[in-house]
Write a protein that binds this ligand. Sequence first.
Ligand SMILES: [Zn+2]
Length: 236
Amino acid sequence: MTTPAPPQQPGQPPPQQQQDDGLDDAALAVAVAALLAGSAAFAVAGGAAAILTALRKRFALSSAASQALGSVLTMVTAYPPPLTGIIGAASAQTARMNAARRAQYVIAASKRVLGAAREARAKGEPVGAAVRAQLERERKFYTMHQQAMWNRATAAGRIDMEAAVHGNLLGWNAVHSKTTTPDCRKADGRNFYVDPPPYIGLPGIGPHNGCRCYPSAPHRGGKLLPGPGPLYARAA
Ligand SMILES: [Zn+2]
């Protein structure tokens, strides 16, 4: 079903005329995430091909889009993320974040592959070579993604292990060096709730890529980092 174009706002540039490949359907990211989560089972029964068949049925993907998506899914399912368990609130939050990022990556990469194919076609260059070159670049991006996912999972595991010992309230510690960001420096010595996390996120995960902050027992007299507060504030 097509939705009517939104009325144009005065003073705004006209909406870009985009080819509708079905890749912009917001539900597609959710479906990709769900199917990737089950891809260990899918791996036995055809992996990427099985995922793609399921997606094509549910979303009106153009054949070019489903080819691009298929090539990215093949790459992503061939390099699955490290298996990380869920042992507490931090690893549960991180697993959800990783699943969402992975699905967003798949869709963004599919658009780039599709774009490379279109560009090559428009220039009269070989399409297959352009797609292979773009997939090679995507493989490198994806390696970085995997490293980032692994770092987040490791930091989350550390937080959950501390929480298992000390409870939902933990202490924040920064590693001080020239590269320590002001946010991390400010959070050092303060306390935070694991669930829900403070607004800056969890140590080693939230503030920025490559954050070296780590959790500990709550700091005695440490101020609480701003956040939504504990989910279950009522005293037991
Ligand atoms: Zn940090």
